[in-house]
Design a protein around this ligand. Sequence first.
Ligand code: EPU
Length: 422
Amino acid sequence: MDKFIISGGKPLRGDVAISGSKNASLPIMCSSILADGPCSYTNVPRLQDISTMEKVLSTLGMNVIRTGEDAIDIDPAGIDAFEAPYDLVKSMRASILVLGPLLAKFGRAKVSLPGGCAIGVRPIDMHLKALAKMGAEINLSHGYVMAGVNGRLKGATIVFDNTTVGGTENILMAAALADGVTVIQGAAKEPEVVDLANALNAMGARIQGAGESTVTIEGVKSLHGVNYRIIPDRIEAGTLLVAGAITKGRVTLRGHRTDHMVAVIEKLVEMGVSIQELPDGGLVVDGTGDLQPVQVETVPYPGFPTDMQAQIMALACVAKGVSRITENIFENRFMHVPELVRMGADLQEAGNTVIVQGVSRFQGASVMATDLRASASLVIAALNANGYTEIRRIYHLDRGYEGLDKKLAKLGAQVTREKGGL
Ligand code: EPU
């Protein structure tokens, strides 16, 4: 397992290109199951999770080829299997996003139940209930979801009482080829959901209202292949803003979408970080000012994203005063807390809130990455720290950040990757 060795205290400077969005690419890759022809996608990041999705789709019989640095072609013509096996689903929960499209196109699907994961229990009950409302017969057997439908899925009114990104995505894909009109109430509004709807519409789907809480999908008989460019990764962009700020550096993001990052930018500005948009579209973060404490609550989009909670906590650790960070989306997303404490942070957990008493600086230590965004917070802390930090199990980071070590090194960070070991 690779590890990072980071020598902290170097202000980051320069331009950095933002990669394509992981969480938009994954459902959009699944949506190609619905097409009657080949699909070509660009701005697809090179990540472990994307490789896992390539395997899931190949297992179904699809032809998946990387045609360039950021491009993938997916041809659904060869689909002859309808199962996402345990080995793949357990390594990446997003594999459950094949369920809706397989059912809609082929009337059958067998998908392993994902089980719990590092950040919470994460059931898929809302996905299953909604598909059942559309006429699917669903049985749970031997750890698998066995789903089938006689004929086509039927349009229905789906009410999500709690926001679910993956549930909304599964139903968007299922409804695109269903018989009649589906209305989703309480739909997730995340930019990744909107990107999926845009990709589906480019394939001939009829989806209206994506990005709002009520989405209407008029089912069509067939969908065609597509050329589609994925949106930039707002979480990678936010993580690099925080990295720039914590090193008191000056970093310019390129290829990002500012409109997808409003809540994160607002919080950083509240903390005293200067963020400015250049006339040429670059977004400059300047972290030379003093950091103020902050109150953050994670909520569904357009609120502050849970996927940035660990990173902003790292920044709050070196602000002057007491911050409060509340996690409302996942029940176990504070695994970075004990690791940040090993690096000198003063943190106290109180239920789903962490009270952060600012310290002047992190201290380098040996720490362990536990999940994707937790790893990012440790990298951010290490960039600020006095001395060397060794971050083990960096494979968590590689699941969702494309070449973060290379990007940071180009900005002047002293970061090396050591191959192998525990
Ligand atoms: N939930 C249920 N039942 C369901 C579905 C969800 O109880 O049927 C609960 C979950 O357990 C969780 C909450 O609802 O507590 C939100 O889950 P949601 O379905 O919205 O999340 P997801 O689709 O599993 C996606 C992202 C996550 C991101 C969340 C929230 C992908 C592949 N994953 O997960 O990204 O944190 O939305 O925005 O899009 C990450 O990239 O690090 C990551 C974890």
